[in-house]
Design a protein around this ligand. Structure first.
Ligand code: PLP
Ligand code: COI
Length: 354
């Protein structure tokens, strides 16, 4: 499919990297394409970033039929721009689309479209340390019809946002609250899909935890409320003695691409990594025995995020003396060196844009 390109005639003033924060500033252009039953995907275009016009009756507004992705483009020391594992993101988008009964996209075409878009907006890729260009592809159901049945029309967009750290605290440890009441997802539901509804369902718990000074909540499973799942925007890892444990993928948590990369790096380094079920009770026991020493989250936005304090009900677990844990720092350094092109990429994860 041909991509029509219409460039803006009034490029925006760029925000200083130090004032970017996360997800508030957008570049000059975006990619859009549409799907309907008769024509399949069509009308691929790169156009100036701006508001889109939709009927208020579109399915997405009423029934949350939506999927999204998150990946990043990085500026390398030798002046290139590269993406991190984009194929994985579009594969996951297709898995989410299948679950949300929306059409799959052509992965190679989407990567080409994304490369073109990033190339056009290349000056927006931040130059300073720790900053990158966040890429947000998403699909929305656009049939204007209040009937609660599957959509016959979908819109796919990619928008770009230059970003700094996801948490205001940067790489400093975050405090996490184990959510004892609300649940985010259940097996057979949409937990493994990256869909807006999962996030909408988590806002209240997130807000209540924030009011108590916590950055995010750690979800427990939706059936017995005892197995650890994931944090609002990250997967989680625990250092228990000589074992690094992360909850296994059982359909209710997001199969994070950073999670997958961390597991591959740890195995490459010879660590014992277990993807298994783990209860909050096991964590508390291990903490009492002095074996639970470190915890961190992994995610595209959050990168590697050390956890300094974990609270379950009224029990507090202080990890790595509330400082950045040794393994968290080592992983952060290794992963970001690959992402920013400062080190060899022995895994072949990066894809050059220009
Ligand atoms: N879990 C949730 C709920 C997320 O929103 C994210 C962020 O994308 C992750 C985990 C981490 O996934 P990834 O590493 O692919 O960004
Ligand atoms: C990401 O890390 O890409 C995410 O999607 C997290 C998001 C909820 C900001």
């Amino acid at each position: 499919m041909e991509i029509k390109i219409q460039l803006t005639d009034c490029p925006k003033q760029k925000t200083k990297d130090s004032e970017l924060g996360f997800g508030k500033v957008f570049t000059d252009h975006m990619f859009t394409m549409d799907w309907d039953k008769e024509n399949g995907w069509h009308d691929a275009q790169i156009i100036p970033f701006g508001d889109i016009s939709l009927s208020p009756a579109c399915n997405v507004f009423h029934y949350s039929q939506e999927t999204f992705e998150g990946l990043k483009a990085y500026r390398t020391p030798d002046g290139h721009i590269q993406l991190f594992r984009p194929e994985e993101n579009f594969k996951r988008l297709n898995n989410s689309n299948k679950r949300l009964a929306m059409p799959e996209v052509d992965i190679d075409f989407c990567i080409e479209a994304l490369k073109k878009l990033v190339e056009i907006d290349q000056e927006w890729v931040p130059y300073s340390e720790g900053h990158s260009l966040y890429v947000r592809p998403f699909c929305i159901a656009t049939e204007p019809n209040l009937g609660a049945h599957n959509t016959s029309m979908v819109k796919f967009l990619i928008i770009l946002s230059p970003v700094g750290a996801y948490y205001a605290s940067g790489l400093n440890p975050v405090n996490i609250y184990v959510e004892p009441r609300y649940v985010r997802a259940v097996r057979g539901g949409t937990g493994f899909a990256k869909t807006g509804g999962n996030y909408a369902a988590s806002m209240l718990a997130q807000e209540e935890a924030a009011a108590q000074g916590f950055s995010q909540v750690l979800w427990l499973d939706g059936v017995e409320q005892k197995y650890i799942e994931e944090v609002g925007a990250m997967n989680v890892f625990f250092v228990l003695g000589d074992e690094v444990v992360t909850p296994e993928l059982r359909g209710s948590i997001l199969p994070g691409i950073t999670r997958k990369s961390v597991i591959e790096i740890l195995k490459h380094w010879g660590y014992k990594v277990s993807e298994r079920r783990i209860t909050v009770d096991e964590l508390m026991e291990a903490y009492k025995e002095g074996k639970f020493t470190e915890m961190f989250g992994s995610g595209t936005a959050a990168v590697i995020s050390p956890v300094g304090l974990l609270r379950y009900k009224d029990y507090d677990m202080t990890l790595s003396d509330g400082k950045i844990g040794e393994l968290s720092q080592k992983l952060y350094d290794a992963l970001t060196a690959i992402q920013w092109g400062k080190a060899e990429d022995p895994f072949g994860w990066t894809v050059k844009v220009c």
